[in-house]
Write a protein that binds this ligand. Structure first.
Ligand code: ARG
Length: 297
């Protein structure tokens, strides 16, 4: 494929990974149960990944696919590959040796995207700093800043590195639990300015930070059940939200705010501790605020 056409250029653009080599064969988070992976799991995972891709396309997006690599099962979570904004790509550094082999694979995938003019610049983290991509660094288009998680995976020093790489404000949130080890498992800013988040995942200080910057009427708190269903790990495009199968309680909360929900059975990926958001990486995000709805005069 060559450069994007004008129509393609205005479509949301995501990266996903071919699930052919997906597996749960080691444990680096408490959700991962290698023993629960069965002979049928791979076929189910391929179906689930295909359904997610179809839902993104139905919501008006286009999707690039990185090829599978044997021995790198978690390559299916490209949200962890990099932070991307304004055509700049800050490459991730993984904390666990099990995932470090993904770094050169994603580096060459981004080099390919740069040759095609789909991104402009590739930036490296300083030595010794861990940062697990958009899984731990989420752009809030409504507020015009990053929210960045640290603790279980990304280092605290990643906050300053992100700030330097993009020249944008970064609000740091320390994660308190091993179960919610990436920010995207417990925090999801929505296009209308609301934030869907799971309070128990955060330190008291991080929780105070969230509550100081997001007014009460824009906070949507996820319950234990909703968070454990990986529903906070959602892809949001305007009024559309794509996520794993959701408890009724969450459907009601989102419908009340005017969001349309697409649910996908992502159970094979939840078996690895991931779902819709982290199975994707948005490539075309810009720091220019684009109002979702233009106010009528
Ligand atoms: N098994 C993967 C890991 O533990 C899952 C990653 C999910 N990614 C995410 N951003 N939540 O690293």
């Amino acid at each position: 494929m060559g450069h994007a056409t004008a129509a393609e250029g205005s479509m949301p653009h995501f990266l996903m990974t071919d699930p052919d080599c997906f597996d749960v064969c080691y444990q680096i988070n408490p959700w991962m149960q290698p023993g629960a992976w069965t002979a049928d799991s791979l076929a189910e995972a391929k179906r689930a990944s295909g359904d997610l891709k179809a839902a993104l396309k139905a919501a008006g997006a286009r999707v690039e696919t990185v090829g599978a690599v044997r021995g790198l099962p978690d390559l299916v979570f490209p949200a962890n590959a990099a932070v991307v904004l304004d055509g700049r790509v800050l490459l991730a550094r993984f904390r666990h040796p099990e995932r470090q082999g993904e770094e050169p694979v994603f580096r060459s995938a981004f080099a390919g995207l740069r040759r095609r003019g789909l991104i402009d610049e590739i930036i490296d983290l300083p030595e010794g700093v861990f940062q697990e991509g958009a899984g731990d660094c989420i752009w809030d288009a409504d507020r015009g800043h990053f929210w960045a998680g640290f603790g279980p995976r990304s280092s605290q020093a990643s906050i300053a590195a992100i700030r330097r790489a993009f020249g944008q404000e970064v609000v740091a949130l320390e994660l308190a639990s091993d179960r919610f080890y990436h920010l995207d498992t417990c925090f999801c800013p929505l296009a209308g300015g609301q934030v869907l988040y799971y309070p128990d995942a955060f330190t008291p200080q991080a929780l105070a930070t969230i509550r100081a910057s997001v007014p009460l009427n824009q906070r949507i708190e996820a319950s234990d059940e909703e968070a454990a269903a990986f529903c906070v790990n959602a892809v949001n495009l305007g009024d559309q939200v794509i996520m794993a199968r959701a408890p009724v309680s969450l459907k009601i909360k989102l419908a009340a705010r005017g969001y349309h929900l697409t649910e996908i059975d992502l159970d094979p990926f939840i078996l690895s501790g991931g779902a819709a958001y982290c199975m994707t990486l948005r490539l075309d995000r810009t720091s220019q605020t684009q109002p979702a709805v233009l106010a009528a005069e």
